[in-house]
Design a protein around this ligand. Structure first.
Ligand code: HEM
Length: 546
């Protein structure tokens, strides 16, 4: 047999093996859900094929999935990520139960790495499980209360002003087309560097198009869905033991080593000199030293992620006096891991929200003008400065941010793992311990059952009287319950500060390179398509009368 014939046979064999594998798991999962009387969406091979051939983005795929699930008319359906059966939940009351009421059945998320392959990731609050997670969430919740964020506000103000100076330099007094992704990336990095690592990112000190070391490392530690990362993730999902054996992990060593050293150096300096700063790192050091206690109402709300249930069943999940909490070690490596987690959780998401806020303002001149009037009078009333109270006193800004979070939620879904067998209320379906559950965000936010004319961008939807008419779980940009986004208050303040400063200084318009309608990237969070950036026409407003 010639070499070419051998290669052809090998290819035929490989294709047959892959097709047989898909047919087998498709049959296996269909059978799994059929036995439980649950509709099965299939493996989504046509969706996957359209994704791999570049016809749709990951986000488009997510939206199609939601619509397919909704079309069944069921409150939940079965699906699969090729490695296991998964539940996909659409019903808002069921979401409430999973997020909050029956949280003790859904404490964890899926783990893709082991301590052996990635020590930092396995120590982050976002990936911890069970008692360990409860301990860290209890320890870190007091760092994210209003009083602590208020003290960090000067960081947001400083970075916002640096960003505006940077844009002014780039567009000149006449204004011009500018990719706002770059400026927002520098802003989000600067805030995280200051607040989570206690250092200056120097992101605004670089030449145009260049990045500082902190930015470079920060960018390297973000999830990007290129074919290499996708292949790694598939291997970690389908064959975790093999991935572990091969040392496959989501991030390279270089940025991890860099951030570990930064945190270690700053902690050593502060311990040796007694220097203290109002930042997350200091608060984590205080938590480590047992100086940060929080039993007040707001800490409970941050911890349980719920105003409706900060004293009820969500509260009972946490038992600060439990043995697990007493035994919890919060060593330097845990502080470092969680500082890096704030970078992973709080950079890409914040940048995403900022990019789509700017885009929405450019598309809707009337909304921008209304916001500009509110922002202008706030600056005027505060002697040309922004304060924590001033930022949170702007009602229209609040409506606008909420509508941007609805229309363009940075995280398009979240998930839980069932930690105790659970009978879905009103059915006889039992979700077994260990099963993953997808909780959609993007699809719900664009569902006409909850939002009239959902494709219309309209901040007034969030006026209290309109909000009161909707189910509270129809808006979930930060998740819900004890496992919701612990950095929500921090993120909202950070975002409001920079949007107000931007609108005060510039007029944003659709420019020659603005992509309308927007195409989404294949990224973990909502972003404009790779390589297209967010180009807007940006013109400095004449000096405002303060
Ligand atoms: C606009 C900005 C942000 C959005 C939209 C966002 C969204 C989310 C979502 C959807 C989750 C999952 C919630 C759930 O499963 O119920 C989450 C978790 C988390 N976020 Fe954020 N986030 C943002 C900013 C931040 C910031 C600034 C930080 C930290 C400084 C942060 C830290 C975290 C952490 C630690 C978790 C995991 C919490 C846990 O497992 O207990 N996030 N975020």
């Amino acid at each position: 047999m010639g070499l070419i014939t051998l290669i052809i046979w090998l290819i035929i064999l490989a294709i047959t093996a892959v097709v047989s594998y898909f047919l087998y798991i498709s049959w296996k999962y269909r059978d799994y859900f059929q036995k439980r009387n649950v509709s099965f969406l299939g493996l989504g091979l046509s969706r996957l094929a359209r994704f791999f051939t570049g016809k749709i983005s990951l986000i488009d795929g997510e939206y199609i999935l939601y619509k397919e699930a909704k079309a069944t008319g069921k409150p939940f359906v079965g699906m699969s990520d090729l490695s296991a059966p998964i539940y996909f939940i659409m019903d808002l009351e069921l979401l409430r139960s999973i997020y909050v009421k029956d949280f003790d059945h859904f404490v964890d998320r899926r783990q893709f790495t082991s301590e052996k392959s990635d020590i930092l990731i396995t120590k982050m609050m976002i990936s911890l499980e069970g008692e360990e997670w409860k301990g860290i969430r209890t320890k870190l919740s007091p760092t994210f209360t209003t009083s602590k964020i208020r003290k960090m506000f000067s960081n947001f103000e400083l970075s916002s002003n640096k960003m505006c100076d940077y844009i002014k330099k780039r567009v000149g007094s006449a204004g011009g087309d500018f990719d706002i992704c770059e400026a927002y990336s520098k802003y989000a990095m600067d805030v995280i560097a200051n607040c989570a690592f206690g250092i200056d990112s120097k992101s605004f000190d670089t030449e145009p198009g260049a990045v500082s070391t902190f930015e470079d490392m920060g960018n390297k530690i973000q999830f990007k869905f290129n074919p290499r990362v996708f292949a790694k993730l598939m291997l970690m999902m389908i064959a975790p033991k093999l991935a572990d054996f091969l040392g496959v992990k989501p991030f390279d060593n270089e940025p991890q080593k860099y951030f570990l050293k930064v945190v270690k150096d700053v902690m050593t300096h502060r311990r040796e000199t007694g220097e203290r700063r109002d930042d997350l790192l200091q608060l984590m050091m205080d938590a480590q030293a047992g100086l940060l206690k929080g039993e007040d109402k707001e800490t409970m709300e941050v911890m349980t992620g719920s105003q409706e249930d900060s004293t009820g069943s969500s509260r009972s999940v946490f038992a600060p006096e439990s043995e697990a909490n007493k035994k919890l070690k919060f060593e330097d490596i845990d502080v470092a891991a969680n500082a890096v987690m704030f970078l992973i959780g709080g950079f890409d998401t914040v940048q995403s929200l900022l990019i789509f806020s700017a885009y929405s303002l450019a598309l809707h001149e009337d909304i921008q003008e209304r916001l500009s009037e509110e922002v202008n009078s706030t600056f005027k009333a505060n002697g040309g400065k922004l304060t924590y109270d001033a930022v949170h006193g702007m009602n229209y800004l609040d409506l606008f941010i909420n509508e941007t979070l609805r229309y363009y939620p940075p995280a398009v879904r979240t998930e839980r793992v069932c930690t105790k067998d659970y009978t879905i209320p009103g059915s006889n379906t039992v979700i077994e311990k260990g099963r993953a559950i997808i909780l959609p965000i993007f699809g719900i936010h664009r569902d006409e059952r909850y939002y009239e004319n959902p494709e219309k961008f309209d901040p007034e939807r969030f006026l209290p009287e309109n909000k009161a008419k909707r189910h509270p779980y129809s808006f979930t940009p930060f998740g819900h319950g004890p496992r919701n986004c612990v950095g929500m208050r921090f993120a909202i303040t950070e975002v409001k500060a920079v949007i107000a400063t931007l609108v005060h200084n510039f007029k944003l318009e659709v420019g020659s390179y603005t992509q309308v309608p927007i195409k989404f990237a294949n990224a973990a969070n909502l972003k404009p398509a790779e390589g297209s950036g967010m180009w807007l026409k940006i013109t400095p407003r004449c000096e405002r009368e303060e």
